[in-house]
Design a protein around this ligand. Structure first.
Ligand code: SF4
Ligand code: SF4
Length: 236
């Protein structure tokens, strides 16, 4: 049976390619280029979806994925997100604005830093975070559930990348706390020996992550997360 992994980003495709997937429903057929949602809306709302699509959202982008992105392009300026050793995450101020704005009203001030306004598309499509990769505006239980699984998996790799590069478990725990703290913008001093060499660090994380197997990654997951993976994937 042909395994369709096109709904995953490139790093996830690389790790999952040798695993057996239980029967997975086909990904919803959407025209993301023209935006199915824009085609169904009318007037200014259609314009909003056509111009900005579902990218008025700044996803958590783990350190190794930033390294993968850096292989082909520079990182954009992140005015609404924090560069941390764990990866990139939206500021608390951004998150407040995002959650208090209805999706039809989300404007340019919430656009993802990876969005290319000139052709209304994602600049990092092959390496977009899993949250984006499994987001289909047409509700599907299966893919919605995979979003949580893959977010946890990417987060686990980002944490192990830190340990591999000399952070202690306690420091990683503190960094995880910052993802939800209101002063998340103040993480500069957490860079330790990579201070002022953030991009070198992201490169190194990707170099390290490329050699991982799905089996190793799976072994780092909490048992409850492993159980969620066991419902759709058989780890070799
Ligand atoms: S997933 Fe996003 S880009 Fe694709 S059709 Fe839906 S709203 Fe448009
Ligand atoms: S990473 Fe790409 S797909 Fe995800 S929100 Fe940003 S521009 Fe959109």
């Amino acid at each position: 049976m042909i395994k369709d992994l096109s709904w995953l980003n490139s790093p996830l495709q690389m790790w999952v390619q040798n695993a057996v997937l239980w029967p997975v429903p086909p990904a919803p057929s959407l025209d993301c280029h023209g935006c199915t949602r824009a085609n169904r809306a009318k007037g200014v709302i259609a314009d909003r979806w056509r111009k900005r699509k579902c990218c008025t959202f700044q996803p958590f982008t783990p350190n190794f994925l930033l390294g993968a992105i850096l292989e082909t392009q520079k990182l954009p300026h992140f005015s609404q997100a924090v560069n941390s050793p764990l990866g990139l995450f939206p500021t608390s101020e951004y998150r407040r604005r995002y959650s208090s704005t209805h999706e039809d009203q989300r404007g340019e001030n919430l656009l993802c830093a990876f969005f290319d306004k000139s052709n209304a598309s994602c600049r990092v499509w092959q390496n977009r975070p899993s949250e984006c990769a499994v987001y289909f505006c047409q509700e599907t239980r299966f893919f919605k559930d995979r979003s949580a699984d893959l977010f946890d998996l990417e987060n686990a790799i980002a944490q192990m990348a830190l340990i591999h590069h000399g952070w202690t478990a306690k420091e990683v725990e503190r960094l995880l706390g910052w993802m939800d703290w209101s002063d998340a913008d103040q993480v500069g001093f957490c860079w330790k020996h990579y201070k002022d060499r953030e991009q070198d660090f992201y490169h190194s994380c990707w170099h390290w992550a490329k050699a991982l197997t799905l089996n190793e990654i799976y072994s780092w997951l909490e048992p409850s997360v492993q159980a969620r993976f066991d419902t759709w994937i058989c780890i070799p």
